[in-house]
Ligand binder design. Structure first.
Ligand SMILES: Nc1ncnc2c1ncn2[C@@H]1O[C@H](COP(=O)(O)OP(=O)(O)OP(=O)(O)O)[C@@H](O)[C@H]1O
Ligand SMILES: [Mg+2]
Length: 434
């Protein structure tokens, strides 16, 4: 990628290029270098994007040197070739065609050796490559410094002028120092980019895992429902019929009948247990009636036996969303209700769904013992934290935000906000209520 930079707000014309050497005493020179260095450093600090670093770095160098022509060449992925990544005052043709192998031409040698090169007139230098391009561009004085990070040379920075010029040692020192600074910034930008990509990959993986997990839960729930659960209710009915038949045929064997009753009631119990498992895996009501009904049913089933009272309120008209969105939101409800059952010692729980045209807000609050939220900073070995962090992930995947607010002794509240846009709008749900 090439980019012509907008440098040199105070840059003089070509005739006044590169007048560093006219700056007076050594002390002044030193002072000027320090100021220049800190200027570049301040300009690029905090930047993470490679092109921005290079553009601003080059702009500053040209400004410091009153120059108008320059560019940064970077090594390509193979490390064997150099190409212009940003440039200023050079034609596009020059920047596009000036591609050098490592060791080729002036910049190629600088990149290979890590040592700067200073030329009073590059257009007559026997080591220069592509003299045709150089002379049609009218380049004369030329300075090229390596951009180093640790022991690696990542590229070079070139500054040129259209008139012959004699550089000073200080010019080289200064540009060398700036080159080192830029080199480190470039490496940091690349690390930052790699980290960003790795994080992106991880997020994609996590999202795919959640989708796969949801699909698998739904499959197991369906199989359990269609086979195990149906068979169990069939067996329970058959047992019921057998008990009926036995008593009608005058069977007096009380222990036989009691045995049958026991098996029947065990079967009913197992059936209930399987239904509970199915419901936790993927409640059918989520598909048929939607999120609010499934959340209400789940909260009641989980909390009623613990003597916790639950109220559910819906504001606005409930909407249906695609199955994966509803499943993700149901998991969030499940996590919050699970936490209330497990940790809160609450007496009352309130779930409020607020449907607005462009947002769904959900609050689940309890009046239990609360906890210190600031202590949950990571997922612990024990799994503590997993529920809250995975809630945040799931909501994040839907483009929403979520959080938990709590204080010791003051209950807890989980809140979720999901933007409703074209992709997740599905239709109005008519089957809702309180
Ligand atoms: N409603 C609540 N009331 C009191 N404490 C809570 C409540 N919700 C969460 N907590 C506290 O926050 C901690 C973290 O919750 P989180 O759901 O992340 O993990 P967990 O419930 O311990 O484990 P997991 O969800 O994996 O079973 C809990 O261990 C508990 O101490
Ligand atoms: Mg939990």
């Amino acid at each position: 990628m090439k980019r012509n930079t907008r440098a040199g707000q105070s840059a003089a014309g070509a005739g006044a290029d590169l007048n560093l050497s006219d700056r007076g005493s050594e002390a002044e020179e030193h002072y000027h270098s320090l100021v220049a260095l800190s200027r570049v450093s301040a300009a690029i600090s905090g930047l993470h994007e490679l092109d921005a670093i290079l553009r601003i770095g080059l702009d500053n160098v040209l400004n410091i040197m009153n120059g108008t022509v320059g560019g940064v060449m970077l090594r390509d992925e193979s490390g064997q070739n150099l190409f212009y990544r940003v440039y200023h005052g050079l034609s596009d043709k020059y920047a596009e065609e000036m591609r050098l192998k490592l060791g080729e031409g002036i910049a190629g040698k600088v990149a290979q050796s890590g040592r700067a090169a200073l030329l009073e007139d590059i257009s007559s230098d026997p080591d220069a490559a592509r003299l045709d391009l150089i002379s049609s561009e009218g380049l004369r004085a030329f300075i090229s410094v390596p951009l180093r990070a640790r022991d690696n040379v990542l590229g070079v920075m070139n500054v040129a002028s259209h008139v012959p010029h004699r550089f000073t040692k200080e010019d080289v020192h200064l540009l060398h120092s700036i080159g080192d600074q830029l080199g480190i910034a470039i490496e940091q930008a690349r690390l930052h980019d790699r980290l960003r990509k790795a994080r992106e990959r991880l997020r994609k993986l996590a999202r795919q895992n959640l989708v796969a997990e949801e699909k698998e839960r739904r499959r197991i729930a369906r199989e359990l429902h269609d086979e195990t659960s149906q068979s169990l209710s069939g067996i329970a009915l058959q047992l019921e019929a057998l008990i009926e038949m036995a008593s009608q045929s005058g069977n007096q064997d009380a222990s036989f009948i009691a045995g049958l009753r026991k098996v029947q009631s065990l079967t009913v119990q197992v059936h209930k247990e399987v239904s509970r498992v199915i419901s936790n895996l993927h409640p059918t009501v989520l598909d048929t009636l939607g999120l609010v009904a499934a959340a209400r049913q789940h909260a009641k089933n989980t909390l009623q036996s613990l003597d916790i009272n639950v109220t559910t309120e819906v504001k606005g008209s409930e909407m249906r969303f695609p199955a994966d969105v509803e499943a993700a939101l149901f998991r969030v409800v499940q996590g919050a209700i699970g936490n209330i059952a497990e940790h809160s010692k609450a007496k009352n729980v309130s779930m409020v769904f607020v449907y607005q045209p462009d947002e769904l807000a959900l609050n689940i609050s309890d009046d239990g013992q609360g906890f210190d939220v600031s202590r949950i900073t990571d997922v612990e070995e024990s799994g503590r934290g997993r529920g809250l962090f995975s809630m945040r992930e799931r909501v994040g995947f839907l483009g929403g935000t979520s959080g938990i607010e709590s204080r010791v002794g003051a209950g807890a509240m989980v809140w979720v906000k999901i933007p409703i846009h074209q992709d997740i709008r599905y239709g109005q749900n008519t089957g809702s209520g309180n």
